[in-house]
Design a protein around this ligand. Structure first.
Ligand SMILES: NC(=O)c1ccc[n+]([C@@H]2O[C@H](COP(=O)([O-])OP(=O)(O)OC[C@H]3O[C@@H](n4cnc5c(N)ncnc54)[C@H](OP(=O)(O)O)[C@@H]3O)[C@@H](O)[C@H]2O)c1
Length: 226
């Protein structure tokens, strides 16, 4: 039986986190589209990724075209650009899964964010026609981009839609990480708080690759499905 893999569009994929995720998904055999405010920058970034991997499966498009072309769309833009970027592609995202990696944390002064989870804000903006999933907020770009290193981060995946949450666990595992279904979108506030903790610890211990590891759950899918 032929496996049909979703095409993945990464909006803001020219940046640190999006490049790391895109490289890992392309290496795992996914068709990846890099989205950018500038189609030219996206094409350049895609060409660099293809050259690094020895592939020709990464494409570059403007964010709106990328959102149209992707089956699953991933958002990796700075926190202040999260909602404006989504506002610009709201129509293109209808009927799709949007994976939001936004961690609303200032790296210079890392503190847990207040208010609502970033992915909840995205869901409220996009409406019920888009299934929003929070993921990758704890995964340092520096580690993602080191393709020859094993990733020491687990991925906590939150969503109100169980099917979308499970689909993103599969995507996260394809990057080489362990991934866990971690409840509804509002739990993303805790996940983003962990990002503040990790940044503070990376500073204290002069690291760029700190992450979190879940213990005591060896078969995440079976446990959560029971
Ligand atoms: N860096 C990490 O280690 C890390 C880890 C976990 C989660 N995250 C989350 O991932 C997201 C991206 O982080 P990053 O470090 O990858 O960011 P980044 O490299 O600073 O920016 C990513 C991309 O966003 C686009 N962008 C920048 N400013 C924008 C604006 N004002 N409006 C629209 N697009 C803009 C740019 O693409 P174009 O100029 O090509 O449009 C840029 O290449 C953040 O929400 C962050 O919280 C990051």
């Amino acid at each position: 039986m032929t496996e049909t893999r979703p095409t993945l569009a990464v909006l803001g994929g020219t940046g640190k986190e999006g490049t790391g995720l895109g490289l890992r998904w392309a290496r795992a055999g996914y068709s990846v589209i890099i989205g950018s405010r500038s189609a030219e920058r996206a094409v350049e970034a895609a060409a660099a990724m293809n050259a690094q991997l020895g592939l020709n499966t990464v494409r570059g498009l403007g964010n709106a075209e990328a959102a149209t072309a992707g089956d699953i769309v991933v958002l990796t833009v700075p926190p202040e650009a999260q909602l404006p970027t989504l506002e610009g592609v709201r129509a293109e995202l209808q009927g799709k899964v949007l994976v939001d990696a936004t961690a609303r944390v200032d790296a210079r002064n890392p503190k847990p964010p207040e208010g609502q989870a970033s992915a909840r804000l995205a869901q409220d903006l996009l409406g019920p026609g888009v299934r929003v999933v929070g993921a990758f907020q704890n995964v340092p770009a520096h580690a993602l981009k080191q393709l020859d290193h094993e990733l020491a981060s687990d991925v906590l995946v939150t969503a109100d839609d169980a099917e979308a949450r499970a689909a993103v666990v599969v995507l996260a595992e394809a990057t080489g990480m362990r991934a866990y279904e971690a409840g509804g979108l509002d739990n993303g506030l805790v996940v983003e708080g962990l990002t503040a903790l990790i940044i503070a610890m990376n500073k204290r211990y002069k690291s760029k690759t700190g992450g979190i590891r879940i213990s005591g759950i060896s078969q995440a899918k079976e446990v959560i499905g029971n």
